[in-house]
Design a protein around this ligand. Structure first.
Ligand code: ADP
Ligand code: MG
Length: 634
């Protein structure tokens, strides 16, 4: 080993660049963030060859003073932070003063800028971290930064870049999502001669979602409106009230993605990745969607700067909440309440393969990106979320109807009910077709006609023909009932004539001891009976004796596996789902008319009649409109 030396700035910057600049999209991200911090209202992004050859971000922000233009390339030079205590309350996107020197050390960079208070601006040219020139020149207020030949002096990095299309997709994703975070600003993204994004200022997030994704996607989404809560946070010595706010859009449970690529999280305007928020989101869909599925979500969490530490990673894409569980529960409950309130009728899921019909339609925007002939994006598995923000692919809103050769034939068959179906005023039965139900409350108007295979109830409604899976329908009814009874502490129980003795493994015995109180709360009357044996003397009402044993083992398994680390609330819900499943009427069971009517009424009265506690669909509708179409009557 040699002697210790202090690294030169050039080397230090290159090392920092390794963390800050991973790919062209990272450069775009830093430049966009700087422009936003500078108060720009108009951001024009231009890239060429997926950002390899050229990235230019031009803004109309505050600009830099001539003297600052050079200073900006010094390591740790920032105008956004002056004291270490400012770190506790960072309101800007940048604060580390690392981005510009890092980018300049691995590219050929030209900075052109003018501050409003000066009459002339400055142009600074740097290549590989070396300043080539610094001139005075005239230009309008604002800043334009041009980055050419990224990684020209770091061949190793260059090798890691993917195809131009992939790199462009990452850039487009960033630009799109920053544009969603700032509806009142205009954003343009140009790749060569094609304009990929061009959005003018609008008042609301909803309008921006429309601009970016188009109307069809907007119709699939549920507006979270604006939820604000004052919540108590407790630190070692004191308790404080803090305000947390959430807004954005989420999809109904019928949109089931196989990965998290359609989830975008912003905390105080910063696009981030965060396991805690991802978990809160999944928990909100717990019992509405199958466990390995994910929704589309665009979430903006806003809170006091002091509640969140943004100085966790050089690329600033991770945060740490000071009171994680408060934020987690707030986000989970706000989304869950909204999902339940919306009772979107469109969430009657049809697909046999969830991915296909459940995906959101392609929008103009995504279509334009697609036209750039992309290779398929690497899919990011559920367990291995992208580590960096730039890894989030952009066009996650596919639909299977994209195939251009597929004529827009009317699709016959069962369709999810659209809560916002377009009224059709033509045709003989038009008045019926316009009466698409706004929610599944329409279930209470249904007239049961009979069963198929003693398993599925066929029912006639004003708006078409319905098929209801009797087992999952009853499961949903019981699940909500059990949860309610658990909350009120009055579960219906049955006493067994003979205790059931269960032999358990050592591991199961430990789990049993851990959740014994919860089992009791859920309606079980049980106790250890010697070594590795549990005696069950009572069980929740409705569960047949044959099922009790399996139910207890199932609950032990739940406690042992995924839910080990999760909240009590999740454990209770999982237990309630198991109990409901065991107690529900089975398929292959004949039901008389009164029973079917009762089931439909009870289902209509549940909070979430759209899916069973395990996320499976409950009801399908063949709309009058589709029936008419199929008979060529319209
Ligand atoms: P940071 O954003 O963390 O401060 P950067 O290296 O990204 O660090 O930028 C350094 C400084 O350069 C900023 O603090 C800001 O003063 C100035 N700057 C960078 N980009 C712009 C811009 N587009 N408009 C105005 N000032 C800018
Ligand atoms: Mg910055």
């Amino acid at each position: 080993m040699g002697r210790i030396r202090v690294l030169s700035d050039t080397v230090a910057n290159k090392i920092a660049a390794g963390e800050v600049v991973e790919r062209p999209a990272s450069v775009v991200k830093e430049l966009i963030e700087n422009s936003l911090d500078a108060g720009a209202t108009d951001l024009r992004i231009e890239v060429d060859s997926g950002g390899r050859r050229l990235i230019r971000v031009a803004d109309n922000g505050s600009g830099m003073l001539r003297d600052d233009a050079l200073l900006a390339f010094e390591r740790h030079a920032t105008s956004k932070l002056s004291d270490v205590k400012d770190l506790l309350s960072i309101a800007t996107l940048g604060f580390r003063g690392e981005a510009l020197p890092s980018i300049a050390s691995v590219s050929r960079l030209l900075l052109e800028t003018r501050a409003a208070e000066e009459t002339t601006g400055a142009a600074v040219e740097i290549a590989g971290g070396k300043i080539l020139r610094c001139d005075e020149f005239s230009r309008p207020t604002g800043t334009t930064i041009t980055v050419r030949d990224l990684f020209y002096n770091v061949p190793a990095r260059k090798k890691f870049l993917r195809s131009d299309q992939t790199e462009l997709a990452h850039i487009a994703s960033l630009a799109t999502h920053y544009s969603l975070a700032h509806p009142k600003k205009s954003f343009q993204l140009r790749h060569g001669s094609s304009q990929l994004l061009d959005v003018t200022p609008v008042e609301t997030l909803q309008e921006r979602v429309y601009q970016v994704f188009g109307n069809q996607v907007l119709e699939e989404l549920i507006d979270l409106d604006y939820v604000e809560r004052e919540l108590e946070v407790v630190d070692a010595e004191d308790r404080t009230m803090r305000v947390f706010a959430l807004r954005g859009f989420v999809s109904g449970p019928q949109v089931q993605k196989m990965n998290r690529n359609s989830i975008f999280l912003f905390v105080n305007g910063r696009l981030i990745r965060d396991r805690l928020l991802l978990h809160a989101l999944s928990s909100a869909y717990h019992n509405l969607m199958p466990p390995a599925c994910y929704p589309f979500a665009l979430l903006f969490v806003d809170c006091d700067c002091e509640e969140v530490d943004v100085n966790v990673h050089p690329s600033k894409t991770e945060v740490r909440f000071r009171h994680g569980s408060v934020v987690h529960d707030f986000v989970r409950d706000a989304i869950r309440d909204r999902l339940i309130a919306a009772r979107p009728a469109s969430s009657i899921p049809v697909p046999t393969q969830p991915q296909a019909a459940a995906d959101l339609p392609f929008s103009d925007f995504t279509q334009r990106i697609e036209n750039q002939r992309f290779e398929p994006m690497p899919s990011i598995g559920p367990e291995t979320g992208p580590e960096r923000m730039e890894d989030l692919p952009v066009y996650t809103l596919h639909t299977t109807t994209l195939n251009p050769s597929a004529a827009p034939e009317p699709r016959f068959g069962f369709e999810p009910v659209r809560s916002t179906s377009v009224p059709d005023t033509h045709g003989p039965l038009a008045q019926h077709t316009t009466e698409a139900p706004q929610s599944l409350s329409a279930l209470s108007d249904l007239r049961p006609l009979g069963q198929i295979h003693d398993s599925f109830i066929i029912a006639a409604g004003r708006d078409g023909l319905w098929i209801i899976d009797q087992h999952v329908a009853h499961e949903r009814i019981l699940f909500e009932k059990v949860l309610r009874q658990q909350a009120e502490g009055r579960v219906e129980r049955q006493q067994l004539l003979m205790p059931i003795l269960l032999e358990v493994t050592a591991g199961q015995q430990i789990e049993y001891a851990r959740i014994a109180d919860e089992l009791e709360r859920a309606g079980f009357d049980s106790e250890p009976f010697g070594n590795r044996t549990i005696a069950v003397k009572g069980a929740p009402a409705g569960v047949g004796p044959a099922d009790i044993e399996r139910l207890v083992f199932e609950i032990l398994e739940i406690a042992e596996s995924e839910l080990r680390k999760v909240s009590l609330d999740d454990l209770r819900r999982a237990m309630a789902a198991s109990i409901a499943c065991r107690a529900a009427i089975k398929i292959n069971m004949r039901l008389d008319h009164t029973k079917m009517e009762w089931l439909l009424n009870e289902l209509a009265a549940t909070d979430c009649p759209m899916s069973c506690p395990h996320g499976r669909p409950i009801a399908l509708r063949y709309s009058t409109r589709d029936i008419l179409k199929s008979f060529h009557r319209i």
